[in-house]
Design a binder for this molecule. Structure first.
Ligand SMILES: [Zn+2]
Length: 181
């Protein structure tokens, strides 16, 4: 008999496959556009830990403000609130590489950018990566190693990573709004 955890995991994987399918469908329906995706860059299977929803909203607002600054109009916005994660999809008619550069700039320079995963899918369904626009691989939150290395070797505990995310978010809130939660 499957336990609850594995059933939950299956549902999460199913949700992710559905989003991948949706991206493919959008690219097929709008062949002259590309699709941007935002998900919170949070460790673990469950991405709905505090403050993921706030981080997601800030990422969305930042992205839309940047698009607006560049006069790039969004054809369609889809926000998914799934079992264990959030995802935003935006269909945009613009050069994929330029949009990827914009996404990398947000990831690297916004105070919470390290917690945003901004992906760009081109018309062939291919995901552009940071290397495509001359950017370095993402660094770990807690040390200077590439994030993939720390994740692969589980160099840091889940608790330490989540604590860092919460502390960074609270500092951002304080810096921006002067609010102590
Ligand atoms: Zn590390």
């Amino acid at each position: 008999m499957p336990n609850c955890y594995s059933m939950e995991l299956q549902s999460i994987l199913k949700n992710r496959c559905e989003i991948e399918e949706q991206i493919k469908e959008l690219l097929a329906k709008y062949p002259d556009c590309m699709v941007m995706q935002l998900v919170p860059n949070i460790p673990g299977i469950n991405k709905k830990v505090e403050p993921a929803v706030e981080i997601f909203q800030i990422g969305r607002d930042t992205l839309l403000n940047q698009l607006d600054d560049y006069k790039i109009s969004v054809k369609i916005e889809i926000i998914k609130y799934e079992l264990a994660f959030f995802a935003g999809l935006w269909v945009v008619k613009y050069c994929g590489l330029k949009i990827k550069k914009l996404c990398v700039a947000i990831e690297d320079h916004h105070p919470l950018g390290m917690f945003f995963d901004l992906d760009v899918y081109q018309k062939n369904g291919k995901k552009l990566n940071r290397e495509n626009v001359g950017a370095k691989a993402r660094k770990c939150f807690l040390c200077d190693e590439p994030a993939k290395v720390c994740s692969l070797f589980q160099k840091h505990t889940y608790e330490d990573l989540i604590l860092f995310i919460r502390q960074t978010y609270l500092k951002y809130r304080y810096d921006v709004k002067g609010v102590v939660l």
